[in-house]
Design a protein around this ligand. Structure first.
Ligand code: ADP
Ligand code: UDP
Length: 242
């Protein structure tokens, strides 16, 4: 499937139409951003690493019965996906306290949460992606209540699968962000799951192996993403099935 017109160019990916009106090409660029796009840099090999990492995770989730938009890898930096009507929401799950949760509530970073915490954020860079609740979502019609329930249910299902997968690889899945959309009336997981949108620590040393390395100028960003991928079973050097 060839990409046609560029529909949208985001902070890290570009989205293209294809000859099939139900399918899109996601092009994973090397561009990296943090702090709602205020810090930006192109990191060599990032597009390839994230494209393959995401394909691996999406396939694991499909095998566990979670519906995702992922269809197939097209090239080193491109994946074919189902076109979704995206909800303008970010679903964040936290297993360990970190990031904005600690700043907002004064909680100690690294505190293990007995039960995962779920939070909705509005996807709006100009407003700094503010946290919202189900009353806001209903009032402003960002998603119908039945879809809100589905997003929560599927996010927790993803957590069960990925927490175990990461733990088996000697990694702690601290927190992450998911985006969902509608496909033929069904809530389906879209966007990406990569170290760009999650926090992952080494279980032994608690070393940060995710985008916090970029946020905090720790260096070795893509090396860390690749290390996490290899520990999980991603084959970065395998020939593409094309
Ligand atoms: P951002 O928009 O936050 O800068 P990206 O650079 O990752 O993020 O851009 C990718 C865009 O594509 C996001 O806005 C995301 O919501 C959207 N998207 C991801 N998957 C799909 C899909 N299957 N169908 C339609 N849009 C999608
Ligand atoms: N996250 C993301 N995109 C966003 C906001 C958050 O991918 O626009 C991810 C982030 O990488 C982390 C989790 O969601 O894994 C929780 O982020 P948090 O609310 O702590 O915000 P941060 O302090 O990272 O901006």
């Amino acid at each position: 499937m060839q990409k046609q017109e560029e529909l949208y160019s985001g902070k890290a990916k570009s989205v293209f139409t294809t000859s099939n009106p139900d399918q899109l090409v996601l092009y994973f660029r090397d561009d990296t951003s943090a702090f709602d796009g205020k810090k930006r840099e192109a990191l060599s090999r990032k597009g390839m690493v994230n494209n393959r990492f995401n394909a691996f995770v999406m396939e694991q989730l499909e095998e566990s019965g979670i519906h995702t938009h992922f269809i197939e890898l097209l090239s080193e930096q491109e994946s074919l996906v189902k076109q979704l009507q995206m909800f303008p929401l970010e679903c964040v799950v936290r297993n360990v306290a970190a990031g904005s949760l600690c700043k907002r509530l004064g909680v100690t970073p690294g505190l293990e949460l007995e039960r995962p915490i779920f939070e909705f954020f509005l996807k709006n860079d100009d407003l700094g992606d503010p946290m919202v609740n189900e009353y806001h979502i209903r009032a402003f019609e960002w998603a119908e209540p039945q879809y809100v329930e589905q997003m929560k249910k599927q996010t927790f299902a993803v957590n069960d699968v990925l927490k175990a997968l990461f733990a088996k690889a000697g990694l702690i899945l601290v927190d992450y962000k998911l985006e969902f959309g509608l496909y033929q009336g069904q809530v389906v997981l879209g966007d990406e799951f990569t170290p760009d949108g999650c926090r992952v620590w080494d279980a032994q040393t608690r070393e940060k192996l995710d985008k916090d390395r970029f946020r905090e100028d720790l260096g070795g960003v893509i090396e860390a993403y690749e290390l996490v991928g290899r520990k999980l079973g991603v084959e970065f050097d395998e020939a593409l099935p094309i």
